[in-house]
Design a protein around this ligand. Structure first.
Ligand SMILES: [Fe+2]
Length: 166
């Protein structure tokens, strides 16, 4: 079973559609969005051929976003927990760095999935038992980095970044 991870798609319909197609092509059964979809219409793009989970990002102010996600997927609020393939996941947008690192250092999770910085990143907890993964986000005006997504193979826990282009 494969898990797709995406974050900070920020109303970019084209990239959100590209991410969805990529996850479907790769056979992802589940997809997590780590926040900042922003408008409900972006969320609707993720109503696709996989089970969908999302947390709230700091720019997700529209009340209808939650209701839209709940129609077809799982709305996890500000912080979510998942247990998939024997691995424990925390999902948090990453607005508060202290909270993000608290999750990573808590010893409760194998993976902490986050976003917010729009920069892809992998970091290990001090005890080496938890991996924090940030897939990145849409390219901000001052950035070079394009949107990436991550796919985790839940058979062995291996994961890869994939760059999406507009
Ligand atoms: Fe963002």
């Amino acid at each position: 079973m494969k898990l797709g991870i995406v974050s900070d798609t920020h109303d970019n319909f084209d990239l959100a559609e590209e991410a969805v197609s990529f996850f479907e092509d790769q056979g992802c059964e589940k997809v997590v969005h780590c926040g900042d979809m922003i408008c409900p219409a972006t969320a609707e793009i993720f109503d696709a051929d996989f089970e969908f989970y999302a947390v709230r990002g700091n720019n997700d102010g529209e009340w209808k976003l939650k209701d839209t996600v709940k129609k077809f997927g799982n709305w996890m609020g500000n912080v979510g927990e998942l247990s998939l393939g024997g691995y424990r996941f925390a999902v948090y947008h990453g607005t508060d760095e202290e909270l993000a690192s608290g999750l990573t250092e808590s010893g409760k999770y194998d993976y902490v999935l986050r976003g917010h910085t729009h920069r892809k990143k992998v970091a290990e907890s001090e005890n080496g038992e938890t991996v924090e993964i940030n897939p990145g986000g849409v390219k901000l005006p001052f950035q070079e980095e394009e949107l990436h997504v991550v796919i985790i193979d839940l058979e062995d826990g291996e994961f890869d970044f994939h760059r999406l282009e507009e």
